[in-house]
Design a protein around this ligand. Structure first.
Ligand SMILES: Nc1ncnc2c1ncn2[C@@H]1O[C@H](COP(=O)(O)OP(=O)(O)OP(=O)(O)O)[C@@H](O)[C@H]1O
Ligand SMILES: [Zn+2]
Length: 385
């Protein structure tokens, strides 16, 4: 197989249309370019790896394109577009404020801005992680931001909008980037897998999407990693293993065990999970997530909030029918308490075991609290609620 190149770089979108999941932003930008109503300063906010720098670069290329397309996209063919695509354009300046945050760095940039572009229309200054600029650097920059030359555009990007001074906020047009949904991520990964002749089960890509929590860059680097480990054959099982995730089936088995008040089975299951190398807090957290999903599955309307692997929805809905809502809520409380105390517990294994034992006896405790005598009949009534 041909050497696989880092997907994140190879598949960095080259036009607005191929940016995934940020249509609210790309459409506004295209319209502003088309109607010539572009602001001179932008603030791109949002989580890591969702397309802020990518959109900044596309915007820079598009407003300098010599042959702007009808649909507001750059042509990708003119001299200017080509130099942007090759990374040789002199009209784009990127400053990473995380590593260049001093007054000197900003002064250098401010001096530069005075010179009009030798070719092309606009000079674009992208300041990444702008919240990291020192306050004196911020101040040095403010004046330029207030009265920039007509050929200068600023794109400030940050993952921490709340750290940006109001004086900066009020001078920028603000765009809030969203996390990428799991569906969008899976679709994007599938398209890349197809192009690279990678065989990947949908469930494997869903695991990657889940693990990346809306960060497209992470999903691409995970894809890279697992492709190289698995020789480009991603299955649910080998992806689970490489992502160090526990098969959800274990949680369903745990639910069964605690529902049947089968303490021995619950402890044995935890032992098996432990031997696979999963820490107690991972188990508590994963189990809580499973119970949350069951709670959501109780109600058809809330079930939209269920974000689980395809094919698992049915299993959640079916299992949820067998457990009462009050039980699920109490179980979540017990788990939350155990999670909170985990860090301080000296014997972590025992800490989780105690939590599982509590969960096994939770049903009885609920019955007693409901005024029952703990009999099986009473239990059945409670379950039907
Ligand atoms: N919305 C997206 N659509 C398609 N690919 C994306 C998207 N967002 C990120 N990527 C991929 O992830 C890589 C990194 O994205 P980018 O640098 O634009 O993220 P960012 O939001 O600026 O992150 P950071 O805040 O960490 O700088 C891109 O090269 C691209 O391959
Ligand atoms: Zn062009």
């Amino acid at each position: 197989m041909e050497k696989f190149i880092v997907s994140a770089r190879k598949y960095r979108p080259q036009n607005f249309a191929s940016v995934v999941g940020q249509q609210h932003i790309t459409t506004t930008l295209k319209n502003a370019i088309h109607n010539n109503t572009l602001a001179h300063a932008f603030l791109f906010c949002g989580p890591r790896g969702v397309g802020k720098t990518t959109c900044a670069r596309i915007l820079a290329k598009t407003i300098n394109c010599e042959n702007l397309q009808e649909d507001g996209e750059a042509c990708n063919e003119c001299n200017s577009c080509r130099s942007f695509n090759e990374g040789s354009s002199l009209n784009i300046h990127e400053l990473d404020a995380a590593s260049n945050n001093s007054v000197e760095d900003i002064r250098e940039l401010v001096t530069q801005i005075r010179f009009a572009p030798q070719e092309g229309k606009y000079k674009i200054y992208i300041i990444d992680e702008v919240h990291m600029l020192s306050s004196s650097a911020f101040n040095a920059f403010l004046k330029t931001l207030e009265e920039p030359p007509s050929y200068a555009k600023f794109i400030l990007a940050t993952t921490e909008k709340h750290k940006i001074l109001p004086t900066i906020l009020s001078r920028c047009q603000i765009f809030d980037f969203k996390r990428i949904t799991n569906n969008d991520t899976v679709e994007h990964l599938q398209a890349i897998a197809d192009k690279e002749h990678i065989s990947a089960d949908k469930a494997a890509l869903q695991l990657i999407a889940n693990k990346s929590e809306g960060c497209m860059r992470d999903s691409l680097s995970l894809l890279d990693k697992i492709v190289s480990f698995t020789n480009a054959h991603l299955t649910y099982e080998n992806t689970l293993e490489h992502l160090n995730l526990l098969d959800e089936d274990y949680y369903f088995k745990l639910i069964d065990a605690i529902q049947n008040q089968d303490m021995a089975e619950a402890l044995l299951l935890f032992d098996q999970i432990n031997r696979k190398g999963f820490e107690g807090d991972t188990v508590l957290n994963g189990f809580a997530e499973c119970i949350r999903n069951l709670m959501v599955s109780k109600d058809a309307k809330a079930a939209q909030l269920l974000d689980v692997l395809e094919g698992m929805q049915g299993k959640y809905v079916e299992t949820a029918k067998k457990v009462s809502l009050s039980y699920l809520v109490s179980a979540l409380n017990v788990l939350a308490e155990a999670e909170a105390g985990f860090r301080l517990a000296r014997n972590k294994r025992l800490h989780v075991e105690l939590c599982l034992i509590k969960l096994c006896y939770l049903q009885q405790a609920l019955e007693l609290a409901a005024g029952g005598d703990g009999s099986v009949i009473k239990k059945k009534e409670l379950m039907a609620q």
